[in-house]
Design a protein around this ligand. Structure first.
Ligand code: NI
Length: 189
């Protein structure tokens, strides 16, 4: 297992359309394990294989929900004053060759970010509920109806497989502003 380099805009590889996985072998297992390592290290809640330069239809997601069974912990990380928060638990999900279909007209808006567009967040509107079909690491087919953050995250990651970034959903003006801001942040770093 290893942490891989995450491609960032404007790397042209992020515009590639990823190919279906046909062989469910050890190389695929290694890729997925590395993607989890890379995502947790970043840290992020979702990652597509193309973000580490591999043009295959593979996504990993972990929304890392709060753990209702864990003791709340004291935290002084934010500006010195202490507060308590619940530790999160890991809930790793792998989606191979996913196919998504909206099941409602209803839309939801989330402030999205992306490990390939660092430090930028913007509101994106997407279908609120989707039907998803995908394969796991053994090639077994699964399906489920998903909503809320999982629906948003899966659609965001799915876009990566088509070479689409969340900023591509913004108006041209807004996208130009966002890219300018990103350039500024990079120059300052
Ligand atoms: Ni992303």
């Amino acid at each position: 297992m290893a942490i891989r380099e995450i491609l960032e805009v404007p790397d042209p590889r992020l515009k590639q359309v990823s190919k279906p996985v046909e062989v469910f072998d050890d190389a695929l297992r290694t890729l997925v394990a590395d993607m989890f390592d890379t995502m947790y290290d970043a840290p992020g809640i979702g990652l597509a294989a193309i973000q580490v330069g591999v043009p295959l239809r593979v996504l990993v997601i972990d929304l890392q929900p709060e753990d209702p069974d864990a003791e709340p912990q004291e935290c002084t990380a934010h500006g010195g004053h202490s507060h308590t928060h619940r530790p999160t638990r890991k809930e790793p999900r792998v989606f191979i060759n996913p196919v998504l279909t909206p099941v409602t007209e209803e839309q939801s808006v989330y402030s999205e970010g992306c490990l390939s567009v660092p430090d930028i967040y913007a509101d994106v509107t997407r279908p609120a509920r989707i039907h998803a079909r995908w394969q796991d690491l053994d090639g077994t087919m699964h399906e489920a109806e998903l909503d809320d953050l999982m629906a948003t995250c899966l659609q965001h990651e799915m876009d990566h497989l088509e070479g689409i970034l969340f900023i591509d959903h913004l108006s041209r003006l807004k996208r130009a502003m966002v890219l300018k801001k990103l350039e500024k942040i990079r120059r300052a770093a």
